[in-house]
Every structure is written in structure tokens, then in C-alpha cells.
Design a protein around this ligand. Structure first.
Ligand SMILES: [Zn+2]
Length: 282
């Protein structure tokens, strides 16, 4: 009898320890820098344990079930470098933590050319570009987002032959103004099919002064992809699109000197490096 009790206590202690120590938080990329997205995953859960919450620096994040309970966080390009805590609470009452060190992004500077159709390289057209960009950016913030993830498959590139022509994160300086490039440009000759990076709902399908013909797809839980400078839009607001579906054709509408695709990936309104984001799904 005594031995049986001791054995069950030992088993209980073992199972508690297993619940508390088996689960771990994994964070990608390994060495994140300003402007990077984070993919936070809780791995090694026992069959009966679920994840109740995941937070970054105290901010609660949406959880999507993608091979493991997963959350995304967008590090602002100007976020203070330093160490932040990622925390997950589990259904068995335990909490696990992981420290994430955010490093500095080296921000290259390049001259900004303003196309003739937007006034050329003058102080007046530079000021107008900055003013109208602020208005356009504001209209693309706080867009509606689904309360659950609309996707289950990996994210994919928005063009079938992805060649990056302009990276995320460098600044373009013009007459008295600096504009940070918060997306990635891909080579795309006029009329190239632009593909939805994943399943989602179209929230924006319209033409703006600087971004040109623009489509925004909401993938749920604050994760959104933006496709700009299109020559043609093939979807409507509210439409459900599938991964790889052609949502439009590339072009050079708005502030573009030649045909290309400008892609922006946003996590809760923070524009992150799209190529780092796509690296999570290789
Ligand atoms: Zn761009």
C-alpha cells in the first residue's frame, strides 16, 4: 500500500515535470533585427495541453494553429534595440518564457527619384509626395482583420519568378525629405500575374496617387499583404482569394519609375521585411 502511494506520487511528480518542462518556445529568425517579423511557436506540448496565450513584451498576440501553436509579431523598424520577453501560458497552468534580442538594422540611404508624372525632382513635388504618402498610409492603417486565421498552407511568393530589385528598409533621400522603403520590390514586367500569397479576404482594391492600383489581402489575426503599382486589379473588396490566385497584373501606376511589384507585409499595422517573413515557410 505504502509503496503504491509512493509510486503514484512519483508518477504525479514526473507528469507535472513533463508538463512544465517539455514545452518550449521557438522564435525565428534566430537573430532578429529592427523591421523583422517574428514567428513564435510553442513546441513539445503533451497531447492534452493547449496554449492559452502568447505575448511579446506583454502584448497579447493572436494564435494560429500551423503545425504548432504559432504567433507573429512585427518589430517596428524604429523599435529600440534590446532584449524582450516572449511568454506563453499553457492550459495546465504553467508559463514558459524565452528572451528575444532585437538587433539594429543597418539602414542604407539611396537618392530618391520622383517621376516626371509626379512633378520630377523638385522640392515642391518632394513635399507633395511626403504629404500625400502620409494621407495614403493613414488610409491603409487599421484595416479590418479577421478574428481567426484564414490560411492553413505556407505563404508563397507573389510572382512565379521572384527576383528582388529593391530591398526592405533603406531610406530614400530627396530634396529635404527622407522616405523609408517598408516593403520589397520584385522584378515584374508590365502585365505579370500577381498572385495572392495565401488564402484571405480582399480589404482594399483601389487606385491611390502614390501606390497606384493597390490590393490588400487580410489573412486574419492582423496579418495582411499589400500589392502595389498594379496595371490591373482582378478582385473586389470582400472577395475570398485562394493561395496563388491571380489578383491582378503588375504595372507602374502611382509612384513608380518602371514596372515592378511593391510588396508590403504587415503584422498588426507594422510593416516588416517580406523576404524574412517568406523565409519562415521554406
Ligand atoms: Zn517599393
Amino acid at each position: 500500500m505504502k509503496r503504491a502511494i509512493l509510486l503514484s506520487i512519483a508518477l504525479l511528480a514526473f507528469s507535472l515535470a513533463e508538463g512544465a518542462f517539455a514545452a518550449t518556445i521557438s522564435v525565428m529568425p534566430e537573430k532578429p533585427i529592427q523591421g523583422d517579423p517574428l514567428m513564435i511557436r510553442v513546441e513539445g506540448l503533451s497531447a492534452t495541453t493547449t496554449v492559452k496565450s502568447i505575448s511579446f513584451d506583454g502584448k497579447a498576440l493572436g494564435i494560429v494553429s500551423y503545425t504548432a501553436p504559432t504567433a507573429f509579431y512585427g518589430i517596428d523598424i524604429n523599435k529600440k534595440v534590446g532584449t524582450y520577453v516572449v511568454r506563453a501560458t499553457l492550459s495546465d497552468g504553467t508559463a514558459i518564457e524565452e528572451e528575444v534580442k532585437v538587433g539594429a538594422r543597418r539602414k542604407a540611404v539611396a537618392p530618391l527619384g520622383i517621376p516626371e508624372k509626379l512633378g520630377g525632382n523638385t522640392a515642391t513635388s518632394a513635399a507633395k509626395l511626403v504629404d500625400t504618402l502620409a494621407i495614403e498610409n493613414a488610409s491603409l492603417l487599421g484595416l479590418r482583420t479577421g478574428g481567426h486565421a484564414f490560411w492553413t498552407k505556407p505563404f508563397r511568393y507573389p510572382v512565379s519568378d521572384p527576383i528582388v530589385t529593391d530591398e526592405y528598409g533603406y531610406s530614400r533621400k530627396t530634396v529635404g525629405q527622407t522616405i523609408t522603403h517598408k516593403g520589397t520590390d520584385f522584378r515584374a514586367k508590365e502585365g505579370t500575374p500577381i498572385l495572392a500569397m495565401n488564402r484571405g479576404v480582399v480589404r482594399v482594391a483601389r487606385e491611390g496617387r502614390n501606390y497606384g492600383k493597390t490590393v490588400v489581402i487580410d489573412h486574419g489575426l492582423g496579418l495582411q499583404t499589400f500589392y502595389m503599382h498594379l496595371s490591373k486589379i482582378k478582385v473586389n473588396v470582400g472577395e475570398l482569394v485562394l493561395p496563388g490566385q491571380a489578383i491582378g497584373l503588375s504595372g507602374m501606376t502611382g509612384y513608380a519609375e518602371s514596372p515592378h511589384l511593391h510588396l508590403t507585409v504587415r503584422i498588426n499595422d507594422i510593416s516588416v521585411d517580406p523576404v524574412t517573413f517568406l523565409g519562415f515557410f521554406r
